[in-house]
Design a protein around this ligand. Sequence first.
Ligand code: KG4
Ligand code: ZN
Length: 329
Amino acid sequence: MIYLGVETSCDETACAVVKDGRQLLSSKLFSQTAIHQVYGGVVPEVAARSHVETINGVILDALSQSGVEPHQLNGIACTVGPGLIGTLLVGLSAAKSLSWAWDVPLIGVDHLMAHVCANYINTELEPPFIALLVSGGHTQIVHFESYERGVILGQTIDDAAGEAYDKVARLLGLGYPGGPKVDKAAAGGNPKAFKFPEGNVAGYNFSFSGLKTAVLRTVEKLPQPLPIEDLAASFQHAVNRVLVRKTIMAQEELGVTRIVLAGGVAANSDLRRKFDVQAKAKIYYPGSHLCTDNAAMVAAAAFFCGEPVPLDVTAYSRQRGMEVAKSAP
Ligand code: KG4
Ligand code: ZN
């Protein structure tokens, strides 16, 4: 089964072709980072316009590099949500047009399910597993018993982990996109230089807003120049420590043997290292380019958990693809 995937949920215009959910035939991506850098964050209207300009070229490149002809495709997979409505609609309109023109089914894919499915590419991963889903908008611990069904055991009650990385990066003057810059700065710093709080919430839930405020208060009291590397390392250590501890707690309590990391923050080198060292489970994380938004994960998700959708389907902005456990907020 060969799927063409299209992804435009935020600031990456991406298209990829994947066979049987695991074999990557091609992957193309136009990153808008340079466009949004001057604003210090993603501007939705600017992002949507950029998608319009680049989407056709990205799709044509991905298809020609794959060597696959349109009539060989089993589906055109597209992220339907959650994400920015204006940007999602650009990818969805392109995918609908191709589905209609080539007479190939349109497959709707949930962005967060797709992040998890990035872990199937070039691996033999199978459910059951516990997924730590850490992106710019979401932080969740999800129990996957099957390819299609994820139950959210816990999640953040305020900021997402990626959001905390981005806000602290701005506070430290590191700029946008924040996560990779904190990761890099932290590599030269001492994680024990500052003691930041872990966010005291029950069960598998998280809270990062107090941590962000603690970094702000510390920065306000410190003389210039700021010890950027130590601050980045100490903040990163505080975020990652609680992510790792609660994920391992869920994996052990549910008695599964695999932990899967997904979403942009899964690219964080310290997070990966902490899991590798502390977990007794087998750890899966995609290559960095498959952690952040991409279309390979969308084409993979089409194979494992995508659903044929009608051509009048519309985009959604809030999460729909997973169930929430009663114990989660
Ligand atoms: O999954 P993603 O690409 O987009 C969303 O669906 O939100 O995640 C983006 C988030 C951003 O907050 C970004 O700062 C963070 O992932 N991120 C990282 C790293 N690379 C990306 N955070 C920490 N360390 C990284 N290396
Ligand atoms: Zn994403």
